[in-house]
Design a protein around this ligand. Structure first.
Ligand code: ADP
Ligand code: MG
Length: 676
């Protein structure tokens, strides 16, 4: 049977089961063979009954001593019970309402029983164990993720059938590479991941499969990059950075100047820059990107700045327009909500080169957006975009220089994959005059006082935010909560003050009006959902109250809090929460105790685990079946070296022996990145 054959044709499947398997993401024979066990039961470690710990899975080997007896406990509940012995001790084996299982145990025969033992002292029992007659194969048993309609045992059986009936499994990793990294071949690895001969073989199988996944990923990512690197970009002739400095109302920090110098040097080369600018919230990343944009424009080239939200794109547009108002740099804003006629005009102007800088959202990466001479593509809050989206922006024009900016520190291993040998500039210094944000955690009884504190600041001419509780996956509800709070406060506690309301469902023009009014100081207090989370910059806002703070993740709280403390005034953040849960309180206290983004990200990672912190949604990489990009650091380094090595010798993976490998890489990146 062909590996790509529809699973319904496998013996024992059929239409109905195929529909169930589809829920597990299994559509083809290959999908089934790569549906890996979740855990293994170790049936090889047999424990004497008397030493078996209670309440954990154990495997015992025992002979059935007497026929199974039936006890009616109450209506509809029958207990089947038999006694087994391993020669030294006795143990009761019981089943509820499962006559079929009980009947299979024959007196005098020896079985392996796997399950949890309960009870104390003399009387101990194992309830509803898995069992089978002792044969020579014990070992590791696979346990699969299951779904309604199919259990682990049934999946195991199908996989056995699949191995028996499938065509030869070819290995995408050429023999030479397998040999130099001591890897099992694919077929051996697959067999052992499902039915390990022993623990060593299991770990070799895992190692091989993880290697393959990461190797393909690295090859794909590196190819994507070398494609960029090979070709020439617009190299800038002149450095106008000093001129740029004079446009600013403030003196840049040493870190900002360093980052600008590093990037500018890159941009004067013939190879496209590929740089990550990492700096905590408020460290002044925008001013760094603006320097590059300015340099670009003065050298006669275009640049693009892409932001993940419309609100942020609008803000960048305004900031940059103001910064460049006395220059002859032409700026436009292009987002999903730009009116069609306007869009058309902008696109034409981009194409003929009349626009020097385009600021926008995903709208920038649409097919029909063309540039005259795009030399710089900046992506702000890069973690909000997928790898594909970012590379689409860079693929516009003739291999522009790229700068990605992020406040989220990514673990090194992950950065290695996503960016390969991408260069890094770090803003490790905050602008002068910043004061530490004070953060308080209070319960809801203190709410009035917190509001009073806001009022005091408003009276002094400062501004503030009230962030509404986040409601998971329920934007409607969130919106209602925000709207209600806004109305209550406008008519109640803050009557006479100028309040604004901002939420995600508003029309872009409304959002813009609200943000403009807040930025100009007209609106004093902004009641908002998390739409302000990324990038919003209003330095006069110095106080923030976060309602139901327990509903937010740690990194998210840090981002939210980053909206204040952006000027020279002292800022305060008050989190309101009645949470009692220990972990939640710990999370909130962590935020209150530090403003260091790296520490916070670290803690967040510990609390939430890698899956949540950097799910594929966050980094935009293809989904991995077995490799874990957070914990398989060693394998990442190994495959990184292996991939670099191979591509150095054979950049296009030419030749027959690499055909399968080439195809496999393309398949993994079928979401958008292609090797050819
Ligand atoms: P982020 O790194 O979070 O994107 P921004 O670029 O939005 O930060 O900058 C935060 C605020 O700090 C802005 O109001 C910006 O004008 C201001 N800023 C940036 N650099 C400096 C500096 N060197 N001195 C004073 N203020 C600065
Ligand atoms: Mg920013």
């Amino acid at each position: 049977m062909n590996l790509n054959a529809n699973i319904k044709y496998l013996k024992g499947v059929g239409e109905k089961r195929a529909a169930i398997l589809a829920k597990l993401g299994i559509f083809t024979l290959w999908d089934l063979l790569t549906f890996y066990p979740r855990v293994y039961e170790d049936w090889s470690r047999i424990i004497p009954i008397k030493y078996a710990p209670v309440n954990e899975n154990v495997c015992i080997k025992a002979i059935a001593g007497m026929p199974c007896r039936e006890h009616r406990i109450r209506k509809g509940m029958t207990l089947y019970k038999t006694e087994v012995t391993d020669g030294e001790s006795l143990l009761d084996i019981t089943f509820f309402n499962n006559k079929y299982a009980a009947a299979k145990i024959e007196q005098g025969k020896e079985y392996l029983f796997f399950g949890k033992i309960t009870g104390k002292g003399y009387y101990r029992q194992m309830t509803s164990p898995e069992f089978e007659e002792v044969t020579d194969k014990g070992g590791m048993r696979p346990i699969y993720p299951q779904t309604a309609g199919i259990n682990s045992k049934a999946i195991e059986k199908l996989i056995k059938t699949a191995f028996d009936s499938c065509d030869k499994i070819d290995d995408p990793i050429p023999k030479d590479i397998r040999n130099s990294y001591c890897l099992l071949n694919l077929e051996g690895a697959l067999k052992n991941i499902h039915f390990p001969e022993n623990e060593d073989m299991l770990s070799e199988a895992r190692r091989r499969l993880i290697f393959e996944e990461l190797f393909l990923l690295e090859l794909g990512m590196m190819r994507l990059k070398t494609k960029n690197r090979r070709s020439t970009a617009f190299s800038m002739q002149n450095d106008f950075t000093d001129e740029y400095f004079s446009l600013l109302p403030f003196e840049l920090t040493g870190a900002q100047k360093r980052a600008i110098a590093e990037a500018t040097a890159d941009m004067m080369k013939k190879v496209p820059m590929n740089r990550l600018l990492q700096g905590d919230v408020g460290s002044g990343k925008t001013a760094v990107s603006a320097a590059l944009i300015y340099n670009c424009a003065r050298n006669g080239c275009q640049s693009a700045l892409m932001a993940p939200t419309e609100v942020l794109a609008m803000q960048h547009y305004k900031t940059l327009a103001k910064m460049f108002e006395n220059t002859d740099i032409t700026i436009s804003l292009l987002t999903g909500s730009t009116p069609a006629a306007e869009k058309k005009k902008i696109k034409a102007a981009l194409k003929d080169g009349t626009i020097d800088l385009i600021v926008g959202t995903h709208a920038l990466i649409q097919k029909d957006v063309e540039f005259n001479n795009l030399a710089l593509a900046v992506t702000d809050e890069q973690h909000r975009f997928g790898v594909n989206q970012r590379s689409t922006l860079s693929s516009k024009g003739n291999n522009p220089h790229t700068l990605v900016m992020s406040a989220t520190p990514i673990p090194r291993t992950l950065a290695l994959i996503i960016y390969g040998d991408l260069d890094l500039s770090i803003l490790d210094e905050m602008p002068k005059g910043r004061q530490k944000i004070e953060t308080f955690l209070v319960n809801s009884e203190i709410r009035e006082r917190a509001y009073g504190y806001i009022k005091k600041h408003l009276c002094e001419g400062m501004q503030g935010y009230i962030v509404c509780p986040m409601v998971e996956d329920n934007e409607e509800f969130e919106l209602t909560a925000a709207t209600k709070l806004y109305t209550d406060l406008s008519e109640g506690f803050f009557k006479g003050f100028r309040l604004g309301l901002l939420h995600g469902k508003m029309k872009p023009a409304e959002k813009k009006a609200v943000m403009d009014s807040f930025a100009s100081g007209e609106t004093q207090l902004l009641v908002s959902t998390t739409v302000i989370e990324v990038g919003i910059d209003v330095p006069n806002a110095v106080i923030m109250v976060i309602e139901n703070a327990e509903r937010f993740g740690l990194s998210q709280l840090h981002q939210l809090r980053g909206r204040i403390g952006r000027g020279s005034h002292k800022s305060s953040c008050i989190m309101i929460s009645d949470a009692q849960n220990e972990e939640t309180v710990h999370r909130l206290k962590t935020l209150a105790s530090t403003t260091d983004g790296f520490k916070i990200a670290d803690e967040d990672l510990k609390l939430r685990g890698p899956g949540d912190f950097f799910g594929s949604r966050q980094h935009g990489l293809p989904e991995m079946k077995i490799a874990n990009m957070m914990t398989d650091g060693e394998a990442i380094r190994e495959t990184h070296a292996a991939a670099a090595n191979l591509l150095k010798k054979n950049p296009a993976l030419e030749g027959e022996e690499f055909e399968l490998l080439r195809k496999a890489v393309n398949r993994l990146f079928s979401g958008g990145i292609s090797m050819n």
